[in-house]
Design a protein around this ligand. Structure first.
Ligand code: SF4
Length: 405
């Protein structure tokens, strides 16, 4: 497809997206964040969304935890199909999007994190991609959805296979795939690989990571309202490699440092494990009245690691393997996080249709029992309101909170 046709299609897709926002569902009571970083993140999100719909932009669909440094190195914009859908779901008519997936007989037993992005594509409101890239994280379902995206738009689709084991052979295997992928992306864009672009993207990623880690470290010893959530949002954006992300992480670490000085009331700390609803969600607001919520994924070891600027592909490969849902490694990591952050309770959130969480949950419950940590397992759907209402679990949540007092 030539650039002019792509520009026309993206203009229509942009209109469709605005139209869906126009049919916004009833507003919820906003949980206003006190952080300037949150407002800054909104601006960055608006900017990157607007850029992606421009005809001249090179857009790469990516899956969760895809190494975006590779995308920036190729001069493209990453469009994380899952997190974009989750973010947009907070403002647009997501029920209409889900209806479209049902009309196409996509099973309702598939999680809303996958039905959402596919519905967005059916609604023709995502920007047409130039290339589709995926790893196999965090699940096979996402891998399949992203392949469906490549097929829908007829665009080149490249995948990484991330081994579960972490050893030299596995690293060599993945490094080779990343190098090949980058060459193929350059071929799609008919451009020469520019090693300076890769260096700059890895440098930006590391600079952001330093600030990200500073904020996470402050959270170890201080109650910092809004910081844990912001870390999660920045992780979810998966925008490492972009200069804007450096500013975002810097702003967060500065705000965290100020909050650490002023201090906040010490309350029990609860670790949210599993996929998370938007920050205005009723359950989160309810929990927030009596406990501090930290988010497991944002504090994963893989999220705190810097890349080796001399061997970027090797460290990107290592981080990718660490992101894999290896039950053994994840349990060890959760153990570390629980000790480091003084966690008193786990909330294990099973998302409707997510086999990953169903499979990994029992190990976390055993860990909680061994460590004397209170735990509650809930079944929710963070995006599709047809599958869950807070009132159905409120009594159990309140009983759990009672045990923490
Ligand atoms: S919620 Fe579970 S099944 Fe759905 S995309 Fe995430 S890991 Fe995969």
């Amino acid at each position: 497809m030539d650039r002019e046709s792509i520009a026309q299609q993206r203009a229509t897709q942009y209109e469709n997206m605005l139209h869906l926002i126009g049919r916004q569902r009833a507003p919820t009571e906003e949980a206003a964040s006190l952080l300037a970083t949150t407002r800054m993140r909104s601006i960055v999100n608006c900017y990157r969304i607007a850029e992606a719909y421009k005809g001249g932009s090179k857009v790469a669909y990516v899956s969760e935890q895809f190494p975006t440094e590779v995308v920036f190195a190729a001069g493209a914009l990453p469009w994380n199909i899952e997190s974009m859908s989750n973010m947009l779901a907070q403002s647009l008519d997501i029920d209409h999007v889900f209806r479209l997936t049902q009309e196409r007989e996509l099973s309702r037993d598939i999680c809303s994190f996958l039905r959402g992005p596919f519905g967005m594509m059916l609604a023709e409101c995502y920007p047409r991609p130039d290339v589709v890239l995926t790893n196999d994280q965090p699940c096979e379902g996402l891998l399949k959805t992203i392949f469906m995206a490549g097929k829908r738009y007829g665009t080149p689709t490249f995948a990484l296979h991330t081994p579960n084991l972490l050893d030299n052979d596995a690293l060599d295997y993945l490094v080779q795939q990343i190098e090949t992928m980058l060459t193929r992306i350059a071929e799609v864009f008919q451009a020469e690989l520019d090693s300076e672009c890769l260096r700059s993207s890895v440098r930006n990623s590391n600079r952001a990571r330093v600030y990200y880690r500073k904020a996470a470290r402050l959270l170890e010893r201080h109650a910092l309202p809004g910081v844990a959530r912001e870390l999660l949002e920045i992780f979810g954006m998966n925008y490492f490699g972009a200069p804007e992300n450096v500013e975002l992480c810097k702003s967060l670490s500065e705000e965290a440092a100020v909050l650490a000085e002023t201090g906040g009331p010490k309350r029990p700390r609860v670790m949210w494990i599993g996929q998370t609803p938007g920050d205005t969600d009723e359950l989160l607001r309810h929990l927030d009245q009596s406990v501090d919520i930290l988010y497991w994924a944002a504090l994963w070891e893989a999220n705190l690691a810097e890349l080796d600027e001399e061997q970027p592909f090797r460290s990107i490969a290592e981080r990718a393997i660490r992101y894999h849902w290896s039950a053994e490694r994840m349990e060890r990591d959760l153990d570390r996080i629980a000790d480091t952050y003084g966690i008193e309770g786990f909330i294990i959130a099973n998302t409707w249709g997510c086999r990953n969480m169903m499979a990994i949950g029992p190990g976390f419950r055993s860990l909680a029992a061994r460590k004397g940590i209170k735990h509650l397992t809930i079944s929710i759907d963070p995006v599709d309101r047809n599958n869950y209402v807070f009132t159905h679990i409120k009594n159990r949540v309140d009983a759990f909170l009672e045990t923490l007092r």
